[in-house]
Design a protein around this ligand. Structure first.
Ligand code: FE
Ligand code: ZN
Ligand code: FE
Length: 193
């Protein structure tokens, strides 16, 4: 749908466009995820991305279900937004040699995509309700919940392990647990004295 053709007149038109837009986006994400899975090193990250690939396949099916309910063929419309995010992620991760730093970049790139999806589903759900299609809103809501949980899981993986590893802290002898423990005991002794 051309941006300047003014062929979106009603909220219904806007919803129709948005549905095709997210259908295109989910299919692009489906194509992009295997590359990120291959590039990831951290096992939790690899598994998290794999799980989300399976979820994404299911999300595409849910969108196809909405098209079916509308008695039309599933149809995407090119979304420059997702193409930009995926291209940026691809450029960035292609530029990083250190595998731990690469993991941190993969997480950030994947989260940019999740946030994009969260905004798109948020708007689509609100519009679906407004045009009296709570049935579509429920289906879209299932996708939204998966995007939110994928985003949260990625944050947990980054904050619990990947970012620290990327910073090189685990490689540093000064902060290995063996050295940290005696220091902590010394502090405790001083406090008690
Ligand atoms: Fe998705
Ligand atoms: Zn778009
Ligand atoms: Fe997603």
């Amino acid at each position: 749908m051309g941006l300047f053709t003014r062929d979106i007149k009603t909220l219904q038109d806007l919803f129709d466009h948005g549905l095709r837009d997210i259908y295109y986006a989910e299919n692009q994400i489906l194509k992009a995820l295997p590359k990120l899975i291959d590039a990831a090193t951290n096992p939790q990250l690899k598994k998290g991305l794999k799980d989300h690939l399976a979820e994404t396949e299911n999300q595409v099916s849910r969108l196809e279900q909405i098209f079916e309910m509308r008695e039309e063929k599933p149809n995407g419309t090119k979304c420059p937004g997702i193409n930009g995010l995926l291209k940026e992620g691809d450029d960035l991760t292609g530029n990083i040699a250190d595998k731990n730093v690469l993991d941190a970049a993969i997480i950030a790139s994947a989260q940019a995509v999740e946030h994009y999806e969260i905004t798109r589903y948020g708007a689509l759900i609100a519009w679906a309700k407004q045009i009296g299609r709570n049935d579509f809103a429920d289906i879209l809501g299932a996708n939204l919940e998966e995007e939110k949980s994928a985003d949260n899981k990625l944050s947990t993986i980054a904050e619990s392990r990947v970012n620290a590893k990327a910073s090189g802290r685990r490689a540093s002898r000064k902060t290995t647990p063996a050295r940290r423990k005696p220091a902590a005991r010394q502090r405790t002794r001083r406090k008690a004295a």
